[in-house]
Ligand binder design. Structure first.
Ligand SMILES: Nc1nc2c(ncn2[C@@H]2O[C@H](COP(=O)(O)OP(=O)(O)OP(=O)(O)O)[C@@H](O)[C@H]2O)c(=O)[nH]1
Ligand SMILES: [Mg+2]
Length: 129
């Protein structure tokens, strides 16, 4: 699962070599941060896939179909109804972690997300409390 295809086995070395060559070019101003972040993602043993959609769009059913097991509850109406993270676990180490947030924590998260979504009232983020 963690093995890389042969063309990518030296990816980090190759990219870092190119970055060090670029760094020697005084005339070039390149923001290498985006390359470094992309490299980190490319060689990471884990990666994320986001399934987002309206309520009852069929996200849980699609994930169950891809996993070939009935892992997530799927039904009409608001079935999952919350953010849900799934990651690989060895068969005997599978577990479910439920995290309950207080009203204060939910409010803080919402207040942090509103500006990122561009939701403002009279130029100010919407205050929930
Ligand atoms: N006809 C049809 N029904 C589907 C399909 N995918 C899902 N459904 C039905 O749509 C309903 C909602 O499916 P879910 O997978 O629970 O939807 P969800 O997006 O996870 O919903 P929430 O968790 O509430 O956001 C269920 O009754 C499914 O049986 C599909 O491809 N075709
Ligand atoms: Mg769901």
């Amino acid at each position: 699962m963690t093995s890389l295809v042969s063309q990518c086995s030296n990816l980090a070395d190759n990219v870092n070599n190119i970055l060090s060559i670029l760094a020697q070019e005084a005339n070039l101003t390149i923001d290498t941060n985006v390359i470094e972040v992309s490299l980190k993602k490319a060689i990471a043993p884990k990666f994320e896939i986001v399934f987002a959609g309206a309520f009852s769009a069929g996200k849980s059913m699609l994930i169950n179909a891809l996993l070939e097991r009935e892992l997530l509850y799927s039904a009409e109406g608001h079935a999952t109804g919350t953010e849900c993270h799934i990651e690989y676990a060895e068969p005997e180490a599978e577990k479910v972690v439920l995290t309950f947030l207080s009203e204060q924590e939910i409010t803080e998260q919402a207040n942090a997300i509103y500006p990122l979504l561009g939701i403002f009232i009279k130029g100010e983020p919407i205050p929930l409390i």
